[in-house]
Design a protein around this ligand. Structure first.
Ligand SMILES: Nc1ncnc2c1ncn2[C@@H]1O[C@H](COP(=O)(O)OP(=O)(O)O)[C@@H](O)[C@H]1O
Ligand code: SF4
Ligand SMILES: [Mg+2]
Length: 335
């Protein structure tokens, strides 16, 4: 296997959803508007890294995460897993992909069957992919509970008997049952209290190291992303506008939107949480994406070219990539 080949490469994917079909459009005989959820997203994910994906609500993070595990099919572009286009995988290759790339969902209430005990939930995951002979399943369940630091008596209990943080641990154990190589965690801890968030994120961090997992960590909360990610992709209105190492992003962001997000990020101390929005002005509608740079209507550095020409993701030294016409926006006067 080629050690330098990204485990997953996302190559110019786009995804549209049918938008609301207004009466006016119906009467005019026009088709419904389309929501541009992803627009030409290109991104590499390397084996063993944690890649954070951040951006305001509605910018396409979940759509991208769902495309990675084939819950959505992109309209254009391709996603390759170890070089193979995942849309073309069939039979055993497709089943192997479904096992090797696992998603953990935000809502542990919705994703765990309330009528099944933890033992049944984990047992089901183990049998679907024939991970262990039947006789070894109880032992493997015990191992999985230990891995996610849940007590052994959790096996006989039902999801509603656990706290939100514990339920997320069950979700992690279920994903790990099939021994995946990639975990896609979409807002894994967003619904949890801040103190519990840190525990679950620390657990994921330890498991990532221990099991050499590749993790795609989707979150709108920058503090968590900084703590857990090696690299971070910043999304805005369906596009990736910056990719940087976590360190570089937080010390020297290369896109004005990343800077605005950082400036608005809540303090670590919850009592000092900022209420600042990420950028002035309204987020444009994904039903009507402006030409040129999608951030132009909110960017303090926007100039004429920004409104007509779309900036492409280009290298910015130190392994950073940014989609902005200004190489050094810090040096540019705010308009
Ligand atoms: N199944 C869907 N049908 C229609 N629109 C959708 C669907 N899923 C997402 N969208 C729209 O796509 C855009 C991106 O959504 P999403 O990927 O959920 O963003 P995020 O996870 O960053 O909040 C939003 O405008 C959202 O309303
Ligand atoms: S391309 Fe222009 S509008 Fe877009 S982020 Fe850069 S300076 Fe701002
Ligand atoms: Mg989401």
């Amino acid at each position: 296997m080629n050690a330098t080949l990204p485990i997953l490469s996302i190559d110019g994917i786009s995804k549209r959803f049918a938008g609301p079909y207004s009466l006016t459009r119906r009467l005019q005989g026009r088709p419904p508007l389309a929501v541009q959820a992803l627009r030409d997203v290109t991104l590499e994910i390397h084996r063993g890294e944690t890649l954070g994906i951040v951006g305001e609500s509605g910018c396409g993070k979940s759509t991208l995460a769902r495309c990675l595990v084939r819950l959505h099919e992109p309209d254009g572009g391709a996603i390759r897993f170890e070089g193979e286009d995942i849309a073309r995988l069939r039979g055993g290759d497709r089943r192997a992909f479904n096992r090797r790339v696992q998603m953990i969902f935000q809502d542990p209430y919705g994703s765990l069957n309330p009528r099944m005990t933890v033992s049944q939930i984990l047992g089901e995951a183990l049998s679907v992919h024939k991970m262990r002979p039947k006789a070894e399943i109880p032992h493997r369940i015990a191992e999985l509970l230990e891995l996610v630091r849940l007590p052994q008596d959790a096996a006989a209990r039902y999801p509603h008997e656990f706290s939100g943080g514990q339920r997320q641990r069950i979700g992690i154990a279920r994903a790990l049952a099939v021994e995946p190589e990639v975990i896609v965690a979409d807002e894994l801890v967003s619904a949890l209290d801040v103190s519990v968030q840190a525990q679950v994120v620390n657990l994921l961090l330890q498991l990532q190291e221990q099991l050499h997992l590749t993790v795609v960590f989707v979150a709108h909360d920058l503090r968590l992303v900084r703590h857990i990610s090696h690299r971070v992709a910043v999304m805005y209105l369906g596009q990736v506008v910056e990719v940087s190492t976590s360190e570089a992003l937080f010390t020297a962001p290369r896109h004005p939107y990343s800077k605005a997000l950082l400036d608005a990020a809540p303090e670590l101390d919850p009592s000092r949480r900022s209420r600042t929005v990420a950028a002035r002005g309204e987020l444009p509608s994904p039903l009507d994406v402006p030409p040129g740079c999608a951030f132009a209507s909110r960017c303090p550095h926007a100039f004429d070219r920004c409104r007509v020409e779309r900036p492409l993701l280009t290298p910015r030294g130190l392994g950073q990539l940014a989609a902005c016409h200004l190489e050094d926006f810090g040096a540019a006067p705010a308009q």
